[in-house]
Unconditional design. Structure first.
Length: 303
């Protein structure tokens, strides 16, 4: 089902920043597209990394409070485990959407073995609305076959949109977030293929470009760039056209929370007092971190 062609007015790219490789965690390499450098944050988004893991790398036991963390796998497999009993393995095209809320301990570790690709994926951090900062942690996991795909020109057409969250061309994701948040993996198979994607008025939006070259409002862009989009009155979405075969980019759009953000590492609150209380709660093992001192994941050992 195609988007309506009535009054389609595309947003434009107002800022383009290359996501350069940098070290992160225990031996991991990431391209940080949001949360550092040219684009620090974009309400409600806090951070976006494309991560690459090799043997000896990973993200062992660590805490979170006040945000959602989203892991979307591109290649390879990751194990995950947390202090409230969730655990499992996600592979190419699979999704893990965790609402950290008032507090959780968490580990994400790669799987290596004969015939397995080294893990590559995207991790997104999303700020939670003030009223949900201290909510009970929750978890949504979807395998690739459970994430719906929209085909703007039909199943045999040159484009498809994996609806990680939100809506596209009449298709809606089952993921439910505490706030407005759309994540759409756009794949343009042939040069000249194009998609117009609606974006709710007033929402902030950006692309992360994964592969190929693309055209937006007559400007050309290439892989591994963060493209911040305009949000002017009357703009109804964004149109992107492939400049070469097998072009791929992910659109992130979110409803602004318009609230203060104070962050120290994996803790995201609305004030310095909130951060201080979070650190105290973590150290004392209370208010969501009751087992922070004693919990150890079964997967987090890097030895």
């Amino acid at each position: 089902m195609a988007e309506s062609t009535t009054d389609q007015v595309s947003r434009k790219v107002v800022t383009s920043v290359e996501a350069v490789e940098t070290a992160e965690g225990q031996g991991a390499t990431v391209r940080r597209s949001l949360g550092r450098g040219g684009i620090n944050r974009l309400d409600p988004f806090i951070m976006l990394d494309q991560f690459y893991l090799k043997p000896g790398a990973g993200f062992p036991d660590h805490p979170h409070r006040g945000q959602a963390t989203v892991t979307y796998m591109l290649e390879g497999f990751m194990q995950h485990e947390d202090s409230v009993g969730h655990k499992g393995t996600i592979g190419p095209g699979d999704l893990q959407w965790m609402i950290a809320g008032r507090g959780i301990m968490h580990a994400e570790m790669p799987l290596f073995g004969p015939g397995l690709a080294n893990p590559v994926g995207l991790q997104l951090w999303i700020d939670l609305p003030r009223q949900h900062k201290m909510t009970k942690p929750s978890y949504q996991e979807l395998t690739k076959d459970k994430i719906p795909t929209a085909f703007p020109e039909g199943p045999d057409g040159p484009s498809e949109v994996v609806v990680i969250s939100g809506k596209s061309h009449g298709v809606e994701s089952p993921v439910r977030h505490l706030g407005g948040c759309w994540c759409l993996d756009i794949k343009l198979k042939k040069k000249g293929a194009k998609v117009f994607q609606d974006i709710p008025a007033g929402w902030n939006a950006f692309f992360y470009t994964l592969q190929g070259k693309m055209l937006i409002k007559e400007k050309k862009f290439e892989a591994y760039h963060t493209l911040l989009l305009s949000a002017s009155e009357g703009e109804t979405g964004v149109e992107v056209t492939a400049e070469e075969d097998d072009t791929r980019l992910v659109l992130f759009a979110g409803e602004p929370l318009n609230q203060p953000v104070v962050q120290i590492g994996p803790f995201v609150m609305n004030s310095r007092e909130g951060i201080q209380q979070t650190i105290l709660d973590y150290q004392m093992g209370k208010n969501g971190f009751e087992n922070s001192r004693t919990w150890k994941s079964a997967i987090g050992n890097l030895d």
